[in-house]
Design a protein around this ligand. Structure first.
Ligand code: ADP
Length: 392
């Protein structure tokens, strides 16, 4: 992740660290020279320059390697400050120790040199830790900012799409009304003069216009899921499914279907929109049935903070490769002659469920039936299952 660094802060941090390392190397060498001038044998002198020079070398090499670590160069000065701080503390400790009446150092300058050199390495280590933590914190902040920007962009583009879909479908309604009314005028006024083929053409045109109206209505509804939604509130799904089965009474009776509603929970949601979702799922379960009468079961199970509500049928099933596509707008697996429909029902369900913070998916084998599952947020800790077991 890249940031814009003020070059000054990076360079001054590096310069400070290099200077600290260099000072101890030079001090180690200077110590040896000083002692030789004072006539000390060389072998006695090696220990001090090693204890001073090696820490200096460690700080110097560590600083040289810093650009290859994940520490942000803006925080090199933090490492420098930790080094200086550690050196300062060690010097103060030695001075205090030295001035105490009972204890004093035999060679204060040597002790200060060795201890402060070792402390500079300790400060360097702690500084890297601190700088790394600061680098992480900055990356997280930056990432959050980027995520917020992407989210805002997505929301804006979503809004524009909604407005476009709304405007397009709304504006199409008027010319479509004109087509439909002139077609019926044509039929009323010149119906007697048309031959069989002419009548059939008008019938096709009326049918096309009707289908277009259904699609426009569905698109309008799709574009209004966010804007026309009601606030979320506790919704008793047992009630919702009772209304849905009532609305589908005729379709259920005609297909001789059995609908079994198991215990259903209360969820947080928009009652009207949830009714739409389950009406769509149930109506599909009845529509895409095989030769035998449809058997549909609606059940629920709990998964952490969500309820999974499933609608299972014994219908024609859905091939694996189409199980995601069917949730897209106008995606259909059958011709109109085989099954009527606009192809927007499941896309609408998906949008509604997503507005509820949930998900929708299908498990199915062709010829074995399908199970559509919807995850919806729970209401809270109170008793959410309303016992109900009814057949329709
Ligand atoms: P529509 O039913 O209007 O065509 P949907 O979006 O509701 O549109 O469904 C999309 C497609 O998914 C349908 O055309 C159908 O092929 C398939 N489908 C939906 N529900 C089922 C089901 N229960 N069993 C089998 N196929 C289904």
């Amino acid at each position: 992740m890249g940031f814009d660094h003020p070059a000054g802060s990076r360079d001054s941090g590096k310069l400070l660290l290099t200077s600290i390392g260099a000072v101890y190397i030079v001090a180690g060498i200077a110590w040896v020279i000083g002692q030789i001038i004072h006539g000390e044998p060389l072998v006695n002198l090696l220990i001090v320059p090693l204890l001073v020079g090696i820490p200096g070398l460690v700080v110097l090499l560590g600083t040289h390697r810093l650009p290859r670590t994940d520490v942000d160069s803006d925080f090199y000065s933090v490492i420098g400050k930790w080094c200086l701080g550690s050196i300062g503390v060690s010097i103060v400790v030695l001075i205090v120790y030295h001035v105490l009446p009972t204890d004093s150092l035999s060679n204060p300058s040597r002790s200060i040199l060795i201890l402060s050199a070792l402390s500079s390495v300790a400060g360097f280590g702690i500084g890297i830790h601190d700088a790394r933590a600061k680098t992480r914190a900055r990356e997280v902040t930056q990432r959050n900012r980027e995520l917020q920007q992407v989210r805002a962009q997505l929301e804006r583009s979503n809004e524009r799409l909604e407005q476009f879909a709304y405007a397009a479908s709304h504006d199409l309604e008027e010319p479509l009304r004109m087509v439909t009314s002139y077609l019926s005028l044509l039929e009323d006024r010149y119906g007697d003069e048309l031959d069989e083929e002419g009548e059939e053409f008008i019938e096709f045109a009326v049918d096309g216009a009707d289908r277009m109206k259904s699609m426009i209505d569905a698109l309008l509804e799709y574009s209004r899921v966010e804007t026309r939604g009601e606030p979320m509130e506790p919704v008793d799904l047992a009630d919702v499914l009772a209304t849905v089965t009532k609305n589908l009474e005729i379709q259920i009776a005609e297909s001789d279907a059995t609908i079994e509603l198991e215990e259903l929970p209360r969820v947080m949601g928009d009652r009207g929109q949830l009714q739409h979702v389950f009406q769509n799922l149930l109506s599909n379960a009845l529509e895409y049935s095989e030769d035998e009468p449809p058997r549909v079961t609606v059940s629920a199970s709990r998964d952490d903070s969500m309820w999974i509500v499933s609608v299972q049928d014994n219908g024609i099933g859905i091939p694996r490769e189409s199980q995601e596509d069917i949730f897209e707008v106008f995606e259909r697996l059958h011709t109109r002659e085989e099954h009527a429909g606009t192809g927007i029902g499941l896309a609408l369900c998906k949008r509604v469920v997503e507005r509820h913070g949930g998900d929708i998916w299908v498990e199915s084998e062709p010829g074995e039936g399908s199970t559509f599952s919807v995850s919806l947020p729970t209401v809270g800790p109170q008793r959410e299952i309303e016992p109900r077991r009814e057949g329709y």
